[in-house]
Design a binder for this molecule. Sequence first.
Ligand SMILES: *Cc1c(COP(=O)(O)O)cnc(C)c1O
Length: 428
Amino acid sequence: MFGKSIRAFKEASEVIPGGVDSPVRAFGSVGGTPPFIDRGEGAYIYDIDGDRYIDFVQSWGPLIFGHCDSDIEEAVISTAKKGLSFGAPTLLETDLAREIVNLFDTIDKIRFVNSGTEAVMSALRLARGYTGKSDIIKFAGCYHGHSDSLLVQAGSGAVTFGSPSSPGVPEDLTKHTLLATYNDLDSVKKCFEDSSDIACIIIEPIAGNMGLVPANEEFLQGLRELCDEHNALLIFDEVMSGFRASLTGAQGITEVKPDLVTLGKVIGGGMPVGAFGGGAEIMAMLSPEGPVYQAGTLSGNPVAMAAGLASLKKLKQNPTIYVDLGAKAKRLMQGFQAAADAEEIPFTTEVRGSMFGFFFNGNRVKNFEDAQNSDTEAFAKFHQGMLSRGIYLACSAYETGFISSVMDDDMIEKTIIAAYEVMRELRD
Ligand SMILES: *Cc1c(COP(=O)(O)O)cnc(C)c1O
């Protein structure tokens, strides 16, 4: 196990910083070497050493039908044969846009980009352009991609004007980002007291990047009211939760309506896609209809659109899919909880549709500070133990896990049995 991956990681590190193209992949917080992946098939991935894993990461969310789904594969291959990119309009863009517009009552118009980062960055510019204001409110622990304004210290629960959490991000920029505490309306009110220049609140309505931490309904309602009162826009970042928590993401669960929505991950079916959309009046501000500039050479790429379209069509054709995925996620988390309880290890779990999360924490997690009070060392050991038993979980205590449609009950039971074994090791 891992012999070839260890060598591959060394070689990659000679030519790629840290050996990876996205930091979390380096396994920094769990130790060891990341398995280099050779191929996927259904619910499984295979590494270059030939070891097989049940994949609960699914490329961090997009692969709701697992690997190599034949319908998506067929759509991608037949589209690719007609040319990879034109930088000109294609019918596929309208088809995918129409699917999404029909599903979300908050979206009249949508624009496609190449990643979630780009979607959020563009939505922020649009919110600022539309309101004519500069400041934004984000929540500690919410991740919205790596654009400058959003890379703000997510550590303290204190409400404060943000300072950058990465060198290379000027303070002149992040001073416009106000930090608030998730599920704490008072912290948001304080931001509106500190600034009269707030363009928008951006939130993951089901946070998936500090572990899985859903926002409660009264909190979301409070955000809506504050935005209306102060002429600010409410942006739901559903790059992860869209088509994961339900067919319409968090919006299939909460009554609260955002002004703008960002999407990604599942809408590309594994190809690089992001999108942002909202009401017609706001979207009309966008270039070339309006003055807010936004563009992309490969945006709306036909192969990516075809993959997304095939995924969304399949989801719509299987209306009970979220019930099934949710039942499996619940069974898995009940199993993990029971395994932890058996060894008296503090543990808590959460499920939303096909998304699941767990913390080595005796209390329910409501915000980033709570999440950070979890036992990350126990998580690291748990992760290693599960990996060595062929269970591929996200390699950070602050990530969400996913169920795919090709996972069967046997796989879930096998994973729970592994969890019992590893929890026992943790106790010893
Ligand atoms: C993954 C994610 C992003 C960033 O998307 P990329 O495609 O990685 O740029 C933004 N917001 C949320 C909520 C995400 O989960």
